[in-house]
Write a protein that binds this ligand. Structure first.
Ligand SMILES: NC(=O)C1=CN([C@@H]2O[C@H](COP(=O)(O)OP(=O)(O)OC[C@H]3O[C@@H](n4cnc5c(N)ncnc54)[C@H](O)[C@@H]3O)[C@@H](O)[C@H]2O)C=CC1
Ligand SMILES: O=C(O)[C@@H]1CCC=N1
Length: 265
C-alpha cells in the first residue's frame, strides 16, 4: 500500500513513526512533501521515505493520502492537487480540525473523490493512539476497511458520526496536552518537596498510566475507583476535596467546552 503525506509536521511525523514501528508500511511505500524542503528532505532521508518535489507528486504516487496541514490550508492545497486527484483517485484522509467532509468535497468540486475524515492524536507515535473516522458517500467499503486496518495499527479506532467530531477533538485529539499539563503540575509539586524533576515526572506519569489502564480494565466507574483510593479520614480525601475547592472539575469542563467551541468556529 502506497501512503502519502501532504504536510510533515508534528501529527504527520507521529503517524509515520507509528506506521513504521508497526511495520504497517515500509519507508519505501511513504511519499511526503511539505512547505520547507530543508525540513522534509533530511527527514525523508533519515527514515528512507520518498521526498516529493510537490504535493501533486505525493498524490500521483499514493493510494491513501493524508492531508496533514493546518485547516486553513485545505482549500488552496485541494485546488492545487485537484488535477492529480482526478487522475489518480486516491483516498484522501483529512485530519484537519473543524473541516467537514462537505467542505472538502466543495473545495475539490467533484463528488466522486473518496474522503475519509479522521481525528488522530499524537499517541499514534507509540501505537497507543485514539483515532475517530467517518467517510463520505463516495468512499467504498473496501477502501474504508483498508484505511481502518491501517489506522488500527496505530491504536484504537472509532467510527464516529461527524456531529461528534468536535467532542472527540477535545477528549482525544487535544487531550494529550491536558494530560501532560496535569503530569507536569504534579511533577512541579514533587520538585517543590525535594524530588528531582526527572524522578517526579516518572512517578507522576506512571501513576497516570496505571490509573488509565485500571479505568479501562475495570467494570467500576471512575467515581467508584476514586472511592476505593479514599481511605476514611485519610490523605486522599483531604487532597481531593482541596482540589475540588480550587475548582478542578470546573476547570476541566471549561477547558473541554472551549476546545469544542473552538473546533466549531
Ligand atoms: N498536533 C496534533 O496533536 C494534532 C493535529 N491535528 C491536525 O493535523 C493538522 C496538522 O497539525 P500539526 O502537524 O500539529 O501542524 P504542524 O504545523 O506541525 O504541521 C503542518 C505542516 O504543514 C506543512 N505545510 C504548510 N503549508 C503547506 C503546503 N502548502 N503544502 C504542503 N505542506 C504544507 C508545514 O510545512 C508543516 O510540515 C492540523 O490540521 C491539525 O488540526 C489533528 C489531531 C492532532
Ligand atoms: O491544537 C490543534 O488544533 C490540534 C487539533 C487536535 C490537537 N492539535
Amino acid at each position: 500500500m502506497k501512503v502519502g503525506f501532504i504536510g510533515v509536521g508534528n501529527m504527520a511525523q507521529a503517524l509515520i513513526k507509528g506506521l513504521l514501528h508497526a511495520q504497517a508500511v515500509s519507508g519505501s511505500e511513504i511519499f511526503i512533501h511539505s512547505a520547507h524542503r530543508a525540513n522534509y528532505e533530511p527527514y525523508a532521508a533519515k527514515y528512507d521515505l520518498h521526498a516529493c518535489a510537490d504535493n501533486s507528486e505525493v498524490v500521483t504516487n499514493s493510494d491513501y493520502v493524508f492531508l496533514a496541514v493546518k485547516p486553513l490550508a485545505a482549500g488552496p492545497i485541494l485546488a492545487e492537487i485537484k488535477p492529480a486527484l482526478l487522475q489518480k483517485k486516491p483516498v484522501v484522509l483529512s485530519m484537519l480540525t473543524g473541516v467537514k467532509l462537505s467542505e472538502l468535497e466543495n473545495f475539490v468540486g467533484e463528488s466522486d473523490i473518496e474522503f475519509l475524515r479522521i481525528m488522530p492524536n499524537v499517541n499514534v507515535a507509540i501505537n497507543q493512539g485514539a483515532t475517530a473516522l467517518v467517510g463520505n458517500a463516495a468512499l467504498t467499503k473496501e477502501h474504508l476497511s483498508a484505511a481502518q486496518k491501517l489506522l488500527a495499527a496505530l491504536g484504537q479506532t472509532t467510527a464516529l458520526s461527524e456531529k461528534d467530531f468536535s467532542t472527540f477533538v477535545a477528549l482525544a485529539g487535544s487531550s494529550p496536552a491536558y494530560v501532560y499539563f496535569y503530569i507536569d503540575a504534579m511533577a512541579k509539586t514533587g520538585v517543590k518537596y525535594g524530588l528531582t524533576k526527572k524522578q517526579a515526572v516518572q512517578i507522576a506519569a506512571q501513576a497516570v498510566l496505571g490509573s488509565a489502564a485500571n479505568v479501562l480494565a475495570s467494570d467500576k466507574s471512575p467515581q467508584d475507583l476514586i472511592d476505593d483510593v479514599c481511605s476514611p479520614g485519610g490523605t486522599t480525601i483531604s487532597g481531593l476535596l482541596a482540589m475540588e475547592e480550587a475548582g478542578f472539575m470546573t476547570a476541566v469542563i471549561k477547558g473541554i467546552d472551549v476546545t469544542i467551541a473552538k473546533d466549531q468556529q
